[in-house]
Design a protein around this ligand. Structure first.
Ligand SMILES: NC(=O)c1ccc[n+]([C@@H]2O[C@H](COP(=O)([O-])OP(=O)(O)OC[C@H]3O[C@@H](n4cnc5c(N)ncnc54)[C@H](O)[C@@H]3O)[C@@H](O)[C@H]2O)c1
Length: 355
C-alpha cells in the first residue's frame, strides 16, 4: 500500500495519542488482537499505511524536536502508552495567530524561532492530508491552515469545533479545488455526546418522556482551559444541538464543557443527568458519571477519518465529504441520527454513495 501522507497542525495531546496509536497498532495483523481500535483495516488501509510527514506547533519545547519527543513534551499531559522511535519528522513553527489564548498563554511557551513557510513545507513533504488539531479557540489559525492546505493541494480534516467543513463557503472552495474536506469537531470513541444521545434514544424508544437533561464535563488538559476561556459557548451550542437531535420531541437540553481542574491532567469526567416520566406519568431520573482520558479517546476515530479521507482522495471526491463528516464529527454539514451516520459511512466504504 502507498503511504497516506499526513501533516499535523498542533502537536498537543490528540497528536500525541495519534502518533502513539500508530506505533501501538502498527504490527497487528488481526482485528481481535487490536483491542480498542474500531477498524484495524478500513477500505483496505492499515494504521501502518499512515505516515506523518510534517508537524507544526508554536511551543519552544516542541519546535525543532523530533516528533517522537515533541509528543511527550509539556504541557502535553496525556499518558505515554508506548515507545515511539525517532520519526525523522521535525516539528516546525507555524504562525501563532489566535492559537494561544489569555488563559493558555500561562501554559504554552511560544518559541522565538522563525516560522516556516507552511504551504511550501506541505508541498516539499508531499503531504496529502492536513489534520487540524489546534486548540478549539484557534478560529483564525484554523482557517489560515485550511488556506495553506488549499494552496498546497491537500485534503483538510478539521477536528476542532471551528466551522470549516460545515461552512458552505469553505466547502465550496475545497470543491472548486477538487479536494476533500472533513469536519467539524471530532466525535470521541467513548464520547459523552454519543453516550448521552444513545441513552436518550433508548429511553424515548421505550416510551419514556424526557423532560430535562444535562451533560457537563470537567477536564485537565490545556484544551479544557482553552475551552473555558474561548469556546465554552460554541461547544455548548454544538453539543446541545447534537443531543437534541436524538430525541423525537422537544425537551430541555443542556450539553457542554464546563470547567478545568489542572490535577486531572488529560482525564475528563462527564456528568449526565436525565429526568423524565414513564408509565402513568411516574417520574424517573438518571445520574451518571463517565471517566475517560481525553486524547486516546480521539485516536480510533482519527485513524478512521484519515483512512476514509484517503479513500475520498483516491476516488477524486471533492468538497465536504458528507458520509465522513456524519460518521466522525459532532458538527457536520448535515446533522443526522447515529444510525443514519453509520449507514452512510458503511455505504461510502463500499462505494454505494458519493459526497
Ligand atoms: N478527545 C479529544 O481530545 C478531542 C475530541 C474532539 C475534538 N478535539 C479537538 O482537537 C483539538 C486538539 O485537542 P488537544 O487536546 O490535542 O489540544 P492541545 O491544547 O493539547 O493541543 C493543541 C496544540 O496546538 C498548538 N498550537 C497552538 N497554536 C498553534 C498554532 N498557531 N500553530 C500550530 N500549533 C499551535 C499548541 O502548542 C498545542 O501543542 C481541539 O480543538 C479539540 O477541541 C479533541
Amino acid at each position: 500500500m502507498p503511504k497516506i501522507r499526513v501533516a499535523l497542525v498542533g502537536v498537543g495531546n490528540c497528536a500525541s495519542a495519534l502518533v502513539q496509536g500508530l506505533q501501538y497498532y502498527g504490527k497487528n495483523e488481526k482485528q481481535d488482537e487490536s483491542i480498542g481500535l474500531r477498524n484495524l483495516y478500513l477500505g483496505g488501509f492499515h494504521p501502518r499505511d499512515i505516515q506523518i510527514v510534517a508537524a507544526f506547533d508554536v511551543d519552544s519545547r516542541k519546535i525543532g524536536k523530533d516528533l517522537s519527543g515533541a509528543i511527550l513534551a509539556q504541557p502535553n499531559n496525556t499518558p505515554k502508552l508506548v515507545n515511539v522511535p525517532q520519526t525523522s519528522v521535525i516539528v516546525h513553527k507555524g504562525p501563532v495567530m489566535d492559537g494561544v489564548g489569555e488563559y493558555t498563554k500561562k501554559i504554552v511557551q511560544i518559541t522565538s524561532l522563525p516560522e516556516v513557510n507552511v504551504a511550501k513545507t506541505l508541498k516539499e513533504t508531499e503531504a496529502e492530508i492536513v489534520l487540524n488539531l489546534l486548540p478549539s479557540g484557534a478560529a483564525k489559525a484554523s482557517q489560515w491552515y485550511a488556506e495553506q492546505a488549499l494552496i498546497a493541494g491537500c485534503a483538510f480534516v478539521n477536528a476542532t469545533p471551528n466551522f470549516i467543513a460545515s461552512n458552505a463557503t469553505w466547502a465550496k472552495r475545497f470543491g472548486e479545488a477538487e479536494l476533500p474536506l472533513a469536519g467539524d469537531d471530532l466525535i470521541d470513541q467513548v464520547g459523552a455526546t454519543t453516550l448521552h444521545k444513545t441513552l436518550l434514544r433508548l429511553l424515548s424508544m421505550h416510551g419514556v418522556r424526557i423532560t430535562e437533561t444535562y451533560q457537563l464535563d470537567v477536564g485537565g488538559g490545556t484544551e479544557s482551559l482553552d475551552t473555558l476561556e474561548r469556546t465554552r459557548e460554541v461547544k455548548r451550542a454544538v453539543k446541545t444541538k447534537s443531543v437534541e437531535a436524538a430525541l423525537p420531541y422537544k425537551a430541555e437540553v443542556v450539553a457542554g464543557s464546563t470547567d478545568y481542574v489542572d490535577f486531572l491532567e488529560n482525564k475528563r469526567d462527564s456528568y449526565f443527568w436525565i429526568r423524565g416520566v414513564h408509565f402513568c406519568n411516574v417520574p424517573m431520573q438518571i445520574d451518571l458519571k463517565l471517566s475517560t482520558i481525553d486524547a486516546p479517546n480521539a485516536g480510533s476515530v482519527l485513524l478512521d477519518v484519515i483512512r476514509a479521507v484517503k479513500i475520498a482522495l483516491n476516488r477524486e471526491l471533492k468538497g465536504a465529504i458528507v458520509p465522513i463528516c456524519a460518521y466522525a464529527f459532532k458538527h457536520p454539514p448535515q446533522l443526522v441520527s447515529l444510525e443514519v451516520a453509520e449507514r452512510v459511512f458503511a455505504d461510502f466504504l463500499i462505494e454505494k454513495s458519493v459526497s
